[in-house]
Design a protein around this ligand. Structure first.
Ligand code: ATR
Length: 280
């Protein structure tokens, strides 16, 4: 048994990942000796890599694009959040030796919105852009946090339909076509959960979607969030935030899952905010 814990983030590509740095700072804060790697794994090698990592005594893995759906399928045990999202972003070695999957996107989003930005989500008419893994996680969490209504718009309508069905409660959940965005009315909260920004694609959103008190939130940060946040500013959003805080909160949740201690997220967030300022 080694005297340090081993963790890693798996993605393809993964060079941009801030996870080693965030977890390194958490480990330092809590006095845990941690070796945290960043590993670029091709999809066909994912399963064998994960298996040998855990057989070799690894403690935990963060999973990023494009492996989140495959990671959910690989695990022996999955949390409710994984089942809801159909995607996992954290894998751990269960006490009985099996691989356990979790997804902290939803809890991290709500913590960032309500604790860091002090937003009371109750009564918010919400527009969710995107119904992939991140969108699904966000939808269930927003719903649990008490938003008044959730309108889901996805490029392919089948994914929006499936998410609306899974959420149930047709009185509070509506799914609409992307092409109808200009005629949907106004919203208090608009969440961008698409991966368009990461892929370098434009969303081309229409104006006139926001109430005067509206908050806009992109689950991404940095360049990937810039088009959406620029649109939010031009639409006179009251607040426009990126997902940097969500990344840090989700990382803290993963850290607690592996080590049983919840780190203070504020020092890392403050440091990263200097490097990744909000536009404007
Ligand atoms: P993630 O884990 O980031 O959610 P995902 O499950 O692959 O990744 O989902 C990506 C989401 O971004 C989907 O909602 C996708 O829409 P489709 O279901 O139609 O593919 C959305 N998306 C990706 N590129 C987009 C674009 N250029 N415009 C609008 N939506 C886009």
């Amino acid at each position: 048994m080694s005297d340090f814990a081993r963790c890693a983030v798996l993605g393809h590509p993964v060079a941009h990942s801030l996870s080693p740095r965030i977890h390194g700072e958490f480990a330092h804060e809590l006095g845990i000796t941690l070796q945290y790697e960043k590993v670029d794994v091709e999809p066909q090698d994912l399963s064998s890599w994960i298996e040998s990592f855990f057989t070799g005594g690894g403690t935990g893995l963060n999973i990023t694009l494009p492996h989140k759906h495959a990671a959910a399928a690989l695990a022996t045990r999955s949390s409710n959040a994984v089942v809801q999202a159909g995607a996992a972003n954290v894998l751990s070695h269960g006490a009985d030796g099996v691989i356990e999957a979790d997804n902290f996107d939803g809890v991290a989003l709500i913590r960032d919105l309500t604790e860091r930005y002090r937003l009371d989500l109750r009564g918010h008419d919400t527009l969710l852009l995107g119904a992939g893994g991140a969108g699904r996680a966000a939808a269930f969490a927003l719903f649990d946090a008490g938003v008044r209504s959730l309108t889901i718009v996805n490029r392919s309508s089948a994914a929006a339909d499936a998410l609306a069905d899974a959420l149930g409660q047709p009185g509070r959940v509506h799914n609409r076509y992307w092409n109808d965005l200009g005629s949907l009315g106004v919203f208090d909260l608009v969440i961008n959960a698409t991966s368009a920004g990461v892929l370098g694609k434009q969303l081309g959103l229409p104006f006139g979607l926001l109430t005067p008190r509206a908050t806009c939130y992109d689950l991404c940060y940095g360049y990937a969030a810039s088009e959406f946040l620029g649109w939010a500013k031009a639409s006179s959003a009251r607040y426009a935030y990126d997902g940097l805080g969500m990344l840090v909160e989700g990382s803290a949740q993963a850290f607690e899952c592996w080590f049983g201690k919840h780190p203070d997220t504020e020092p890392v967030f403050t440091e990263l905010r200097v490097e990744f300022p909000l536009p404007g």
